[in-house]
Design a protein around this ligand. Structure first.
Ligand code: PHE
Length: 503
């Protein structure tokens, strides 16, 4: 049997009695591990060897871990100096012990915080005592550092290893270890004799000019072989998902809205029939602008109609809020707390002129809320805003639209809960099931715009609308639990690097 040279080397080095790892085969054959892996996969495809995979944890010292292995753990150095200064007899001032230990910078804090934890003594009121019975030679963490250095991390108990990991003294990573063993067919092939066929793994100018390329045998591509990882830049999964949402909505016939992040309260609230004394408007959850404080101009006719709706209501039986309505109040600028401000701008004709039904519009844009930070709330997030303007819309249209939208992301178990918004009737909150925790999480808010909102804007047919949280959609797709994993300084780089695009 003729095989490429690397496969011949591997099959000859492999044994039928015991499995050998890729590393063992690499040193036996003198080939690179990547080459051995590739050859082994090819041999496996031909049924000549079998490959087993196992996950193996590898543990290595970090630079800091290496330093402590060489110079001693900071807490041990502190203890030794404390002993020298007689702190086993009576307390010695902290400054003196630290000075004698030669520790400085961050190592001082590290020494102090581990000293008591590990029973080397007590630190109190600026003084250190040393426990005469403590034994640095028996320090489990120091011994573990040495074991890791010697490649014997397996002998270290889990708690100690966790502790070293927690202190940043070791790096742990998982890798796949493959072991190769000859199959019966492999043994037969070997007995019948294998010889190396010349194969070429890349096309060179020489092969081309000499014409040799026509007769050589090319190595096959193996897309499963281990390859070095490159941590290059890539698009953030939030941006990827935002773009996907845009594609999906455009595919559903929607056009994109745009508009200011800082806007007049008029567009953010008044046009939505939100009374000016509504708690959300005077309260903490709004980011007001200092400079400029107010918008220059509002469309006077619209202002008049909106004011009338607020004061008197709309229609024959309209009642209105009877609460004060002040144009100056409506002019105040704030960071938008929802992108429904874009919807009011578009629906009123302010942004792109009068719109004739049917119309569908959306935006995927940032909104700002002065919330308390927690795993599901940030001061800013992305809202997927949208609305459909048409004759005779019903709740079924609204639900059907969401089902169609979320199904594009593989989410088919959306639940609806009746809700209240000053500007929609009926209103619904949307919930989805978190794939990891199984909990229902709120993913959006929606409804059919009220007459009191639409009439002043000059809209005569039905409009159904929503604001969905992009980050919550991301949680349902990717299963992370804390919004801070994808936003801000605490974000989980590993998650961002390794999350695969899902389509
Ligand atoms: N503005 C609402 C929010 O931010 C979302 C919404 C938009 C609800 C349109 C109904 C209609 O929660």
């Amino acid at each position: 049997m003729r095989l490429p040279a690397s496969q011949v080397a591997v099959i000859e080095a492999a044994s039928a009695e015991e499995a050998q790892t890729i590393d063992q085969l690499a040193s036996a054959t003198g080939e690179k591990p990547e080459t051995v892996t590739g050859a082994a996969f090819d041999l496996e495809a031909d049924g000549l060897v079998s490959i087993e995979e196992a996950a193996e944890e590898s543990v290595e010292l970090t630079d800091e871990g290496q330093e402590y292995l060489d110079d001693g753990l900071p807490e041990v150095r502190l203890y030794e100096s404390a002993l020298e200064l007689g702190a086993d007899d009576e307390p010695v001032s902290m400054g003196q012990v630290i000075g004698a230990s030669g520790l400085d910078g961050a190592a001082v804090d590290i020494a102090l915080s581990n000293y008591a934890r590990k029973g080397y003594g007590v630190i109190e009121s600026g003084e250190i005592t040393a426990d005469p019975d403590a034994d640095p030679a028996a320090d489990a963490e120091a011994a573990a550092l040495a074991a890791v250095e010697a490649g014997d991390a397996a002998s270290v108990d889990d708690d100690t290893l966790d502790q070293l990991d927690h202190r940043g003294l070791v790096d742990r990573s998982e890798r796949t270890v493959r072991s190769v063993q000859l199959t019966d067919d492999g043994v037969t092939a070997l007995m019948e004799g294998v010889e190396a066929a010349e194969t070429v793994d890349r096309l060179t100018p020489e092969l081309l000019t000499s014409g040799e390329w026509e007769s050589v045998e090319f190595t096959e591509y193996n897309v499963e072989a281990d390859a070095p990882e490159y941590g290059g830049g890539k698009e953030h999964i939030l941006r990827q998902t935002a773009n996907r949402v845009k594609d999906v909505l455009v595919g559903m016939g929607f056009q994109e809205m745009e508009g200011p992040h800082v806007d007049a309260d008029f567009w953010i609230n008044d046009c939505l029939f939100m009374p000016q004394d509504h708690p959300a408007r005077t309260h903490w959850d709004r980011f007001a602008m200092d400079e400029p404080r107010e918008i220059d101009e509002l469309p006077p006719d619209l202002v008049e109609r909106v004011e009338r709706a607020h004061r008197e209501g709309v229609g024959e039986h309209g009642d209105g809020y009877h609460s004060p309505w002040d144009e100056d109040f409506a002019r105040a600028l704030a960071l938008r707390g929802h992108t429904t401000s874009l919807s009011t701008r578009y629906l009123s004709g302010e942004q792109v002129g009068e719109l004739e039904p049917p119309q569908r519009y959306f935006s995927v844009e940032k909104v700002y809320r002065n919330d308390t930070l927690d795993p599901t709330h940030l001061l800013e997030f992305f809202q997927i805003e949208g609305w459909v303007m048409a004759e005779d819309l019903s709740v079924r249209d609204l639900m059907g639209t969401f089902e169609e939208f979320y199904a594009q992301f593989g989410i088919t178990d959306i639940e609806f809960k009746p809700h209240y918004n000053p500007y929609t009737e009926p209103s619904f909150e949307l919930f989805g099931t978190h794939p990891e925790t199984g909990e229902l999480i709120e993913i959006g808010n929606s409804g059919i715009f009220r007459e009191e909102m639409l009439e002043p804007l000059g809209v005569e047919c039905d409009v159904m609308a929503w604001g969905l949280a992009l980050e919550r959609l991301l949680m349902l797709i990717y299963g992370f639990e804390d919004i801070r994993d994808v936003h801000g300084t605490l974000c989980d780089l590993e998650l961002l690097r390794e999350t695969e695009v899902m389509y």
